[in-house]
Write a protein that binds this ligand. Structure first.
Ligand code: C2E
Ligand code: MG
Ligand code: MG
Ligand code: MG
Length: 292
């Protein structure tokens, strides 16, 4: 199985050998081709309200539909896309696809909710990010409130002042801002005071051990309480089992995302579950005790 995985995946971090340099160049070429030939697709992972299971939106996650290799996950090409600058084109394609899907859903009477889009550091280092978002919104007739943008602490770290400025511009379009993978970067707390942020996304690593390690639970609980005191919303990522969900509810975490509710879905499938309005696994059991 390890063999099969190796054959099907690109691994190009830190090329040191001649062969890997050539591989890397070939991946870059393939990726350029993919961008030009619409091989990048966007999947949507539902975000649910933890109290009742209502779908409140989704995170847009890019995949590469490779004609030979099948669906390639973002971790296998985003790092190279960031290094090579191709992330600029990818970012614009993802944004346009999301706006197009939102337009389609609106036209068929569906409430798609808030769609989150991930942003890379490189996209901030270039002028005109907010302007390009504004253009996509105008072209598709989508309101900025329908979008949220996710940045990680490492993105913010590059240039705090500049990033805060651009995030403010994006927010002026009506979009909200989430701090992604919260708790995995450096000096997170300092950023919270200086950045225009609406939502904290608790990193999957804390959620994973929530029901297993008291320390992970304590951190998650404290982060949720702190976010609320700061007037921020909280999303738990990577919710995989009922025990984690129960604790998150106990800690008053309002939103979650994870395989327990749904994997990331192609747009047509996301539309199907939108019609249902809620996700069964996320709904509390009918006999669940009410908390005082
Ligand atoms: P992320 O933004 O933290 O996205 C969440 C990742 O966690 C997704 O992986 C999602 O499929 C995965 N996930 C969700 N629920 C669960 C769960 O219950 N268990 C587990 N084990 N995993 C779960 P994915 O789609 O492979 O994306 C990986 C990363 O690639 C993203 O992490 C994000 O940093 C990046 N990425 C994805 N799409 C884009 C994009 O359009 N632009 C940029 N710049 N980065 C992107
Ligand atoms: Mg994200
Ligand atoms: Mg994340
Ligand atoms: Mg991540």
């Amino acid at each position: 199985q390890a063999k099969a995985e190796e054959r099907n995946s690109y691994r190009f971090f830190m090329p040191t050998t001649r062969a890997s340099v050539i591989d890397r160049l070939s991946l870059e070429g393939d990726l350029r081709h993919a961008i030009a030939h619409d091989e990048l697709v966007v999947h949507y992972q539902p975000l649910v309200e933890l109290s009742g299971g209502t779908i409140i939106g989704a995170e847009a996650l890019v995949r590469w539909q490779h004609p030979q290799r099948g669906l390639i996950p973002p971790d296998e090409f985003i790092p190279l896309a960031e290094e090579s600058g191709l992330i600029i084109d990818i970012g614009e394609q993802v944004l346009r696809q999301v706006c197009r899907d939102l337009g389609r859903w609106r036209d068929s009477g569906l409430q798609a909710g808030r769609i989150s889009i991930n942003l890379s550091a490189r996209q901030f280092r270039r002028d005109g990010l907010a302007a390009s978002i504004h253009r996509s919104l105008t072209e598709s007739g989508i309101g900025g409130r329908q979008l949220a943008f996710e940045v990680t602490e490492s993105v913010v770290m590059h240039d705090l002042e500049h990033t805060a400025q651009v995030l403010t511009e994006i927010r002026e379009l009506g979009a909200s801002i989430s701090l992604d993978d919260f708790g995995t970067g450096y000096s997170s707390l300092a950023y919270l005071r200086r950045l225009p942020i609406d939502i904290l996304k608790i990193d999957r690593s804390f959620v994973r051990d929530l029901h297993l390690e008291p320390d992970a639970a304590a951190i998650a609980h404290a982060v949720i309480a702190m976010a609320h005191k700061l007037g921020l919303g909280v999303v738990a990522e990577g919710v995989e089992c009922a025990a984690q969900l129960a604790l998150l509810r106990e800690f008053d975490c309002e939103e979650g995302q994870g395989f327990l509710f749904s994997r990331p879905l192609p747009p047509e499938q996301y539309a199907i579950i939108l019609k249902q309005g809620r996700l069964p696994l996320a709904s509390p059991p009918a006999d669940a005790p009410r908390r005082p």
